[in-house]
Design a protein around this ligand. Structure first.
Ligand code: CTP
Ligand code: MG
Length: 233
């Protein structure tokens, strides 16, 4: 099976409020993005990894991350876009014809495990589209921005928090991104672009440790997890 991994890393990390952009922030002495790439590279089906980075910072990524890694897979660092969706779309245009599955995994999720990557990949191979997700632990509600009151409480039993990896048949994810572009649809992940085509996306049980590093306290949590848990590689 030929899998290309797209690792969006072109965000500016505003919620992190850090001088350094998020992919280069140190997690136990190594850039966040380096941890993420290392684990993806342990999956033997992944033969090509495309990393969209903040436009103009391709050399920085090369120096800060790639030069400290020796990867089995072929790597392409490319310019990302203004949104995550645009960054992924840029990367999709670089996927080889021979590729069967496209795996998309946030550069900011360095604690993903190899079994979860493999499970999502296997599910996409048989069912076209799969994403990792975990059941919501908290009650989730919609709040009106007009007067800051609750407009709708949602039933927790059917609510999941979407994670990555998300894996798709190549033709499907290319079509989903094209359709979103044509319709001006903006989503915050790739599974939602496939869902709007009416194609079911299989949900694989993710992990509460597969956090996305988004705000400063996430770094503390990630460091504690890395120090205290055994992550299978
Ligand atoms: N991302 C991207 N291109 C963008 C925006 C985001 O490739 N234009 C990537 C980020 O680098 C990150 C992943 O998408 O690895 C998830 O995005 P998020 O956690 O929101 O990161 P940022 O957009 O960098 O953070 P913020 O929203 O706080 O600015
Ligand atoms: Mg963002």
């Amino acid at each position: 099976m030929s899998v290309t991994a797209i690792v969006p890393a072109a965000g500016s990390g505003e919620r992190m409020r850090s001088r350094l952009k998020k992919p280069y922030i140190s997690l136990l002495g190594q850039p966040i993005l380096l941890h993420t790439l290392k684990i993806l590279d342990t999956v033997s089906d992944i033969s090509h990894i495309i990393v969209p980075v903040y436009p103009g910072e391709e050399d920085l990524c090369q120096q800060q991350v790639m030069s400290r890694l020796s990867l089995r897979a072929d790597i392409d660092i490319i310019a990302g876009g203004e949104t995550r969706q645009e960054s992924v779309r840029n990367a999709l245009s670089r996927v080889a014809d021979s590729c069967e599955l496209v795996l998309i995994h946030d550069g900011a999720r360095p604690l993903v495990s190899r079994p979860l990557i493999e499970e999502c990949t296997a599910a996409a191979q048989s069912k076209q589209a799969a994403t990792a997700a975990v059941p919501a632990k908290d009650t989730i509600t919609m709040v009106s921005s007009a007067d800051q009151t609750i407009t709708k409480s949602l039933l927790r039993d059917s609510l999941y928090i979407i994670q990555t990896p998300q894996v798709f048949k190549k033709e499907l994810i290319v079509a989903a991104h094209q359709s979103a572009l044509d319709d001006g649809y903006k989503g915050t992940d790739d599974a939602s672009l496939v869902e709007r085509l009416g194609i079911p996306v299989t949900v694989i049980m993710g992990s509460y440790t597969n956090i996305k590093i988004t705000t400063r306290e996430d770094l503390l949590f990630a460091e504690t997890l890395l120090k205290n848990y055994f992550f299978e590689t």
